[in-house]
Design a protein around this ligand. Structure first.
Ligand code: A3P
Length: 292
């Protein structure tokens, strides 16, 4: 079978990126970008629960009801820092939003060394981690949702080999997550797990609010949990979070796919499952990252 490559694929600092993540933007983020100290950055590997966390942060900042009433999608309001689309980069988009700026990134800590080391103003990073098998299945299904020229035209086994060879967009999930985990005690890094958000949405929302110094009441937290639930976000539709993604996806595809824990079982073979289980034990569990 012929190799498959992402549209405009390139390698930057050892990780693979699709062409919409331009080398010049990645370089600028790594070497030049200056954050404002009250910037809030949701930093995740794709499919870890980025959009869910963005919605929680949005609702905490703007109050209940604000997801229903916002007229623009997150591209304009909560820009994706390294994404170049519709002739505008995320770097340009973040210059156009009001403060405190809300920003999304899928980059690992290699890009934020100046901030994390105290050399340059450090935003408040919120990292979401997800159990690797669920994340991989979600990422695979996401690859299938796109129309040309992004469309993934291979099967799950091929995708899994890309994962094994560390050829997936944004690099290897384990390396990425560990890069953030190393900073788990940093005052400007909060790490939240998707599985904990599923188990106790209110507890996770409260932890985010406390980290951002946003006063809350039980009623406010419960309302935000409801308005950021899978059902509520799915009902509002993909367009509310990403108008660009809505345009790039094949008709009938829904970004809000399953929103569950444990749905990997229908997709993995036993060998693939064992492979990821071993990696999870040796790379995550050993470092204290557990998903129970
Ligand atoms: P599934 O494909 O397993 O359904 P990201 O935003 O990082 O791309 O992650 C997308 C994943 O999070 C998808 O997982 C999506 O359905 C899920 N998701 C999005 N909003 C959610 C919510 N409010 N609650 C639970 N899962 C959510």
């Amino acid at each position: 079978m012929e190799d498959w490559y992402y549209h405009g694929e390139h390698v930057f600092d050892g990780a693979t990126y699709e062409g919409d993540f331009r080398p010049e933007d990645l370089k600028c983020i790594r070497d030049e970008l200056e954050f404002k100290k009250d910037d809030i950055v949701v930093a995740t590997y794709p499919k870890a629960g980025t959009t869910w966390m963005q919605e929680i942060v949005w609702l905490l900042q703007h109050g209940p009801g604000s997801a229903d009433t916002r007229e623009q999608s997150f591209e304009e309001l909560f820009p994706f820092l390294e994404f170049y689309a519709e002739e505008k980069s995320g770097l340009e988009r973040i210059e156009e939003i009001s403060e405190p700026r809300l920003i999304k990134t899928h980059l690992s800590t290699g890009f934020y060394q100046r901030q994390l080391s105290g050399e340059s103003p450090c935003p408040k990073f919120i990292v979401v981690l997800r159990e690797p098998k669920d994340l991989l299945v979600s990422f695979y299904k996401f690859h299938l949702m796109y129309g040309p020229p992004w469309k993934f035209t291979r099967d799950w086994d091929y995708f899994f080999e890309m994962f094994r060879e560390k050829r997936l967009n944004f690099g290897d999930y384990f390396d990425h997550a560990l890069s953030w985990w190393k900073y788990r005690d940093h005052p400007n890094v909060l790490i939240v797990k998707y599985e904990d958000m599923k188990k106790d949405a209110c507890g996770s929302i409260k932890a985010v609010a406390d980290y951002l110094n946003i006063p809350t009441t039980d009623t406010l937290i419960q309302t935000i949990a409801h308005e950021s639930s899978f059902q509520s976000m799915k009902a509002r539709g993909t367009e509310k979070v990403s108008s660009i993604m809505a345009k790039q996806m094949d008709q009938g595809e829904d970004f809000f796919r399953a929103g569950k824990v444990g749905s990997w079982k229908d997709t993995f073979t036993d060998e693939q499952s064992q492979y990821v289980q071993d990696l999870t034990a040796s790379k995550f569990n050993k470092e204290g990252i557990c998903f129970d």
